[in-house]
Design a protein. Sequence first.
Length: 94
Amino acid sequence: MIKNLTLVAFIATLFTGCFTDPGPEVWTAWIYPDKTNTKRSMEIGQFPSIEECRAGSKDKLLSLKLETRGDYKCGLRCGYNEGLKTLICEKTAK
């Protein structure tokens, strides 16, 4: 009986984790003024979709006249990791 209850509790926990809502889709955008130097970047804001993040990044590069020299990156649901002292994102895309 205890084995069955343990198994049911384990399965319930497993499925609860699979169906948890991760929250709103928030994309953070960074531009790189020099695409050969990714250590130098500037965060330009957050966007509700990858498409808007890409468009915002390209617009910012264009406004700074860096469209040929610069680059950008978008990160999904990013947060600062105190232990690593860096920003960690669930996913990054261009």
